[in-house]
Design a protein. Structure first.
Length: 113
């Protein structure tokens, strides 16, 4: 069983920055990343990292967001710069092992224009 805990988020003006942090407890973690779900929309991948170091960042945030993982500590941070109102969403930390998938409780990010 893997426990996932998130921190960060909040209200920021357009053009500002926020950093989200996630820590997971457990073994066999292969993928750590962040997804988001805006009101009335489906949940979508924002960025993810594999234990190999490979990263996947969504086109809509590439160049503005970056993901940082510490495999020894099982942490993953999402640095969000140049935020736009359309980035407003609940952001979820996602953790995958070989057999299961786990989600954090979600943290609200609101970008005002």
């Amino acid at each position: 069983q893997v426990q996932v805990a998130e921190s960060g988020g909040g209200l920021v003006q357009a053009g500002g920055s926020l950093r989200l942090s996630c820590v997971a407890s457990g073994r066999g973690i292969e993928v750590m990343g962040w997804h988001r779900q805006a009101s009335g929309k489906q949940r979508e991948l924002v960025a993810a990292t594999l234990s190999s170091g490979a990263r996947n960042i969504a086109g809509s945030v590439k160049g503005r967001f970056d993901i940082f993982r510490d495999t020894a500590k099982n942490t993953v941070d999402l640095q969000m710069n140049s935020l736009k109102p359309e980035d407003t969403a609940v952001y979820y930390c996602n953790v995958k092992t070989w057999h299961d998938e786990y989600w954090g409780q979600g943290t609200q990010v609101t970008v005002s224009s």
